[in-house]
Design a protein around this ligand. Structure first.
Ligand code: AGP
Length: 612
């Protein structure tokens, strides 16, 4: 949530910052702002409400604010409505301290009251302004310099933050602080780049430093020094990011979401290839050996949104294939529940960004409870990846569209391999079955490409339902897990109300919402449940529903029931979700496009939810 960028070098800062903010717009886009230093002059602050484009126009693409050092921000409002006044950067009254912030200062009200007693005035409704003025207060009171003032602020505030701060007295430096919100620093010859996330600086450098929790950094031109909260210098090794800059561009597609849907076969293939070696699944890099796998008595899977839907699909696969009990929990619920884990429980946390606040908190709580943790994460070096006992990276590459597609599929591929490895280590499947499944799973990327070839039909169908009021997605078993993800995709980018329902549950209440023409999408990829779900579709049709069927090639009798059908190739009953989701992603995409909506940046949402 909220995107932060910073630049300190020899070039004009504003155009570089605007370009970086554009790459981070998926983190928030209700307002944006820049603060630029031109030598010794006080920082020039420009802010605007709305999309980044407005800020670019206001600054003549950055040309109107000269200077070689600056910070920028794109906002997802937490405290205070989206407005120019609440947009970042925030400054102290005499413009001594200027800062941008991502996160939430939980005790901002009490600090604000204290500062008011010291004659500070507040002009915005944000918690950020409080942090800025608290730094200013300590800076002037103790006169020990920026690092000291920031360290004192960090001791005083509760909550989460990534802060980029400029001090009037230090025209050539940007100071950074971080707790539970991501921030990286890239250093090249004479230049320093700061960002909340990798895509913003990929085109400048792939060598980055991760600022640790409760650390401070002092970023000069082409150099950076790190400090712990006691203001002692910390040595750090840079990390090389393997993603290339092209991966963060649209590459000829109209939207990132469509580009990322087309990248799904590659994302799944790369994830599989990173873990399949010599006809075996190799989890050794994550430290999960067969002895550990054999000991596991129970698995918890936690995540938020789509990541939790991967968990529901994984639950069916793991329980059925490996015979290990699995419990899926929303991270936001798990963290406030007294879960009673058995001995030898494994908690798997799934997250594309690796920064989702609730997922990170759930991971920490599990570790406090002595539970072994495994992270399935897409972003290398993210907080969840660094804190989990074991890490398994998905190879989806940077995902920019707010609605996840390729990361979801890559996560499914990863959990399928875990299920197989677990099943084999525990002798729930034999060598023959393991080898067979290995062949099947490796055929998935080509089959995904085949599903994508059917997109024009889905586009045609989507146009008919662009004005739907309600859409229901129904399925049983694994198909219910796909339904949840299909429904989330639809509602987040089309703003049409949609619900996922276990097909057998429809007649326990929800079917009363079905009227003439209501679209009901019946998902029947599981052969043993196909007839059951089809019957539930017929029940909906009898109440006026318009039916879309999603099933595997061969189940052609569904056309007697459904008004429109999409077929996917067969894989194995364990893996069908990864093909079944693609038509639903395409359906949501095309409905959103035909409604003229901003597919990649749906209203009210941000890609990386770093607040609770
Ligand atoms: C999915 O389309 C959503 N944007 C959202 O549900 C997302 O999956 C969720 O916020 C979790 O994010 P993470 O994978 O980065 O932890």
């Amino acid at each position: 949530m909220c995107g932060i960028v910073g630049y300190n070098g020899m070039k004009q800062a504003a155009p570089i910052l605007l370009d970086g903010l554009e790459k981070l717009e998926y983190r928030g886009y209700d307002s944006a702002g820049l603060a630029i230093r031109d030598g010794e002059k006080k920082p020039e602050v420009v802010k605007s409400k709305g999309r980044l484009r407005i800020l670019s126009e206001k600054t003549n693409n950055g040309a109107a604010v000269p200077g070689n050092c600056g910070i920028g921000h794109t906002r997802w409002a937490t405290h205070g409505e989206p407005s120019e006044n609440n947009a970042h950067p925030h400054i102290s009254d005499d413009r001594c301290v200027t800062a941008v912030h991502n996160g939430i200062i939980e005790n901002y009200q009490e600090i604000r009251d204290k500062l008011k007693r010291h004659d500070y005035r507040f002009y915005s409704a944000t918690d950020t302004e409080t942090a800025v003025k608290l730094i200013d207060y300590y800076y002037k009171k103790y006169r020990q310099g920026p690092v000291d003032a920031i360290a004192r602020m960090m001791m005083r505030v509760r909550g989460s933050y990534a802060l980029a701060v400029m001090f009037d007295d230090y025209p050539d430096e940007i100071f950074l602080a971080r707790k539970d919100s991501p921030m990286i620093v890239g250093v090249t010859d004479g230049e320093t780049f700061i960002a909340s996330d990798v895509p913003a600086i990929l085109k400048h450098t792939r060598t980055v430093y991760y600022i640790g929790n409760m650390e401070i950094a002092r970023a000069g031109k082409g150099e950076v020094t790190f400090y712990n909260i006691d203001q002692e210098e910390v040595e750090k090794e840079p990390v090389t990011i393997e993603w290339d800059a092209e991966a963060a561009e649209k590459g000829g597609f109209e939207h990132f979401m469509m580009k990322e849907i087309h990248e799904e076969p590659r994302a799944v293939a790369d994830t599989l290839n990173s873990l399949i070696h010599n006809d075996d699944i190799d989890l050794s890099e994550s430290g999960l050996n067969d002895d550990v796998l054999r000991e596991i008595r129970q698995i918890y899977i936690v995540g938020c949104g789509s990541a939790s839907h991967v968990g529901y699909a994984a639950q069916y696969t793991i329980e059925e294939m490996a015979k290990v009990p699995v419990r899926v929990e929303l991270a936001s619920e798990y963290r406030y529940r007294s879960a009673l884990p058995l001995d030898n429980t494994l908690l798997i946390v799934i997250s594309q960004s690796g920064e989702t606040a609730d997922s990170l908190a759930a991971l920490r709580i599990a570790k406090e409870r002595g539970i072994r943790t495994l992270a399935i994460v897409n972003v290398i070096g993210s907080s969840i990846a660094r804190e989990a006992d074991h890490v398994l990276y998905t190879m989806a590459g940077p995902e920019i569209a707010v609605a996840t597609t390729k990361a979801y599929s890559a996560q499914l591929a990863a959990v399928y391999l875990i299920a197989m490895k677990l099943a084999f280590a525990r002798k729930a499947i034999d060598t023959e079955e393991f080898t067979h499944l290995l062949g099947v799973i490796q055929s998935i990327p080509d089959k995904m490409t085949r599903v994508l070839e059917d997109k024009e039909r889905i586009q045609w169908f989507a146009a008919k339902f662009s004005n739907a009021r309600d859409i229901f997605f129904i399925g049983r078993g694994m198909d219910y897990a796909i339904a949840m993800e299909g429904s989330l995709k639809m509602k987040e980018i089309s703003y049409i109300h949609s619900e996922a329902y276990a097909a057998g549950e429809m007649k326990h209440g929800t079917i009363s919402l079905v009227e003439d023409g209501t679209l009901v999408v019946g998902i029947c990829t599981q052969q043993d449940l196909y007839e059951k779900t089809r019957s539930n579709m017929v029940e909906a049709k009898s109440r006026g529903a318009y039916l879309m069927g999603l099933t595997t090639y061969g189940n052609y009798a569904i056309e007697d029931t459904a008004d429109f059908t999409v077929y996917i190739p067969r894989t194995s009953r364990y893996f069908d979700a990864v093909l079944g989701i693609i038509p639903l992603q395409l359906l949501a995409y095309y409905v959103s496009v035909s409604r003229g909506l901003d597919v990649d940046k749906p209203r009210n949402l941000a890609k990386s939810v770093t607040v609770e």
